[in-house]
Write a protein that binds this ligand. Structure first.
Ligand code: MN
Length: 361
């Protein structure tokens, strides 16, 4: 069978000539031959399958560069790429869904400090940071106050970056009106970024400093969460433990894309590689979230020095059984050290209670 004109090929592939010309211009589906005299595009019937694949992938919203790569692959590898692409879309949609919910609450004035059906909640809290059993210095930093909880795991220059990040957040501990939680958090996140870049610029030895940051700010019975990197926040509610942050690591994205299992991730050579962080040449794209707190909730913020070696079930048991936040952080740090303490470890624990029920811990 000979070459087809663009019109015949368009009919056969159910694509418009306009789409085919576009795919040609984008380098996705060059014609088999272009007539040197007339400039007419001629297609090989064998190109039909690729034409349909390109059309489907474009309907998925896949970027052109990815389509080009997928078209060059064997079907099995192409299937893996499409699956991975879709996992990224879903993760991105989930993050946007949370932001949309956040904005709906924000714009509809759902502000617990103003509404009567919410009791004002407060927290009892404790923080403990430890060098661990192997490292020579502690590059983690932690903070706990009446309205601010934070953990930062610094890298590339001692403990400076983590401390600078937390220092930049501290004004939030003085209190933020509920309706301004989103903007206050975003502004604080930018102050964090500026102070870490100022630190990097201050000394050639600190050029590569950076830090993770996971922090919560309370306003009435709402809390705002800002998160970047691989430190984590957990919620213990009704006896169940929920991880409420998503690690910004290479291995987590490999898990999300179905390329490795969580078990394989635990021993993956690149498990410490961050996709996002404050400074250190990583993308500054913090996650923001707004949550409703309930009396009896318990929160844990921790660096990967805890979660790298202590199983989630152990963490759940300590959070559920220790009624004193101070004892809980000591117990968690002790567990990390008993498991070898290979990294600095920082834990912040907060117990939520109605204001009236709060007594000093
Ligand atoms: Mn660490």
């Amino acid at each position: 069978m000979g070459l087809l004109t663009i019109g015949a090929f368009a009919r056969a592939s159910r694509l418009s000539p306009k789409a085919l010309r576009l795919y040609d211009e984008l380098g996705l589906l060059p014609p088999a031959r272009v007539d040197p005299h007339s400039g007419y595009r001629l297609y090989d019937p064998a190109q039909l399958e690729r034409a349909r694949l390109v059309a489907w992938l474009r309907r998925l919203g896949m970027p052109l560069a990815v389509i080009r790569a997928v078209c060059e692959l064997e079907p099995e590898s192409a299937a893996r790429e499409v699956r991975a692409y879709w996992a990224r879309v879903e993760a991105d949609t989930a993050a946007r869904r949370d932001l949309a919910a956040f904005l709906v609450d924000h714009l509809s004035g759902k502000d617990s400090t103003m509404s009567s059906h919410h009791t004002t909640l407060g927290i009892r809290y404790a923080v403990l940071s430890d060098t661990g059993s192997v490292r020579e210095s502690n590059d983690d930093a932690g903070y706990a106050g009446p309205r601010l909880l934070a953990v930062a795991d610094g890298f590339g220059g001692g403990r400076h970056a983590g401390e600078a990040a937390i220092e930049a957040l501290k004004p939030l501990d003085a209190g933020v009106p509920g309706g301004e939680l989103l903007s206050a958090l975003e502004e604080a996140a930018h102050r964090v970024r500026e102070s870490v870049s100022a630190l990097a610029a201050s000394d050639p030895a600190l050029r590569d400093v950076g830090t993770t940051l996971t922090a919560m700010v309370w306003s009435g019975s709402r809390l705002g969460l800002v998160h970047i990197g691989d430190s984590r926040a957990y919620l213990l509610r009704d006896g169940e433990l929920f991880q409420i942050t998503h690690d910004h690591t290479v291995v987590q994205s490999l898990i999300d894309e179905g390329r490795i299992t969580p078990e394989e991730a635990a021993s993956h050579p690149q498990r410490a590689l961050l996709l996002r962080a404050v400074g250190g040449g990583s993308a500054f794209e913090p996650d923001f979230a707004l949550r409703d707190a309930r009396a009896e909730d318990r929160y844990l913020l921790c660096s990967d020095g805890l979660t790298g070696v202590v199983p989630a079930e152990e963490i759940r048991r300590v959070l559920a059984s220790e009624d004193d936040p101070g004892r809980a952080v000591r117990e968690l740090v002790a567990l990390a050290n008993r498991a070898g303490g290979p990294d600095n470890v920082t834990c912040v624990v907060a117990h939520v209670a109605e204001q009236g029920a709060l007594t000093s811990a």
